[in-house]
Design a protein around this ligand. Sequence first.
Ligand code: AHR
Length: 552
Amino acid sequence: MKRREFVSAALTGGALLLTGKRFAAQEAKLADARIDVLLDEPIGRIAPEIYGHFVEHLGGVVYDGVWVGENSKIPNTGGIRNAIVEAMKRIKASVIRWPGGCFADSYNWRDGVGPRKDRPRRPNFWIDAQEWPKGAPDGPWKYDTNHFGSDDFLRFCQLSGAQPYLAANLRSLTARDFYEWVDYCNSPAGATTLAEMRAAAGQREPWRVRYWGIGNESWGCGGNFTPEEYAMEFRRFAEWVPRYGLNLAFIGSGPNGGDLSWSRRFFGRLAEKGGFGRLWGWGLHHYSWNVTGGRTNNWFEGKGDAVKYPNDEWYELLSEADRMETLITDHWSVMGEFDRQRRVKLVVDEWGAWYKPGSEVHPTHLLGQQSTIRDAVLAGLTLDTFHRHADKVAMANIAQLVNCLQSLFLAHEDKFILTPTYHVFELYAAHQGAQSLRTNVSAPRISYTRNGKPATMRGLNGSASIRDRQVTLTVTNPDPNAARETEIAVRGATIKEISVTTLVANDIHAHNSFDNPRVIEPQASQAQTPRGGVLIHSFAPASVTQLQITLA
Ligand code: AHR
């Protein structure tokens, strides 16, 4: 079967069986799954900031990724790669976090302002990382030239239509340095010496940065603090910063995955002083990687391959991603023990898949990796999870934007491609700012083998939102072996029209590359006519689907 015929079989509902690297067409199971969208059970507005991004000075993210330099032949605006800016506008990029990550706690913002030729060269935080691919030459990724600094990043946000989210250095700078960074970015035109310095760099008006992270991973690379020590530092940094008329939003460095004690002890310590002060958001980091198969849980060894994975690793990785649901509800419940009025929301400011080195497109791209259809399913199921908790999650930032971990783009010199993860952000953009609706998804669980033992995972995952009379329903089918025939109903309304767009591949390892950039792209697929208010749709194996449902 040719690829086009194969994909068309998948899209029209034929079930596909995984045979080694290839799928073969099979009969779909009859509707054994059901999705009910409950119009009268709104959860909350889906914050557009859930569709946030992350740019760190790490490997090829900034240099070779976002920043190509003003004198480059690669189309750019003031040194910023145009292709990324244009693609960011198409997905309505809402917010971008910078400059790290671990890098943030070794970064001095003063190094990156003023004339580029005068900026100092500094060793990058990641210089000694054991993951550097062999043959990575020296360059700005190891010795940062600081050619991309605050004004360059803020210009990138402005061009992309996104809000900036800056992470302060809590480990190696003082609170005063932080106040001065806020002054540089936000003080009124001409009001302070730093405002004049900003004007000299070409930006007279304040940048009006609202989101500020107070450190990063303060339990680890951000200072190795105890929660009590961090709570004290948080207060010192966040309490008395001038607002310059803005509603500043401070984000605390939250837990590593399921570390509930970090959340409990930090909130407990803040509560002792009578409240949460300037704490607007509580950061949560969760990466998904393969943990079984005799691997250690060390950064380098404890991971699977980005492209060459056996079936069990497919399931295991997606199950790890699906832990996001319990991480959100568990930390939310701990936060509620102290924050009874629910003033503080969750900010999942690092999430995504993390594989071992080897699939990066260039040796300078430390932690660079390919992104397959598996990553698209992971992105879809994670975003659906955020929507289902729209009342709790105020922002999320996939790690990272380009050339690093679960990227939306891969770029090297003049080569540039969109990954399957980008296409998920494109398909899901309609959810931004819409009202999330309770959506019951019921499907048989999928059985697989984890570490030699039987395990199961969700058969389908999804979420729905409404704006005017338009419902957006997004669904991932993580089963690489079978399409899932599903009855879909919108309780309390009649469906008038439906359109369906799907991201699907003919091989679970499929990905886009510089040579074949369009292997995985969204495709319009056939929607059946609803009968008796119920729509039957077959979700292709290993797919991400967006249904646009117009209500009568
Ligand atoms: O995203 C890569 C790194 O992962 C970040 O710098 C750090 O915050 C996390 O451990």
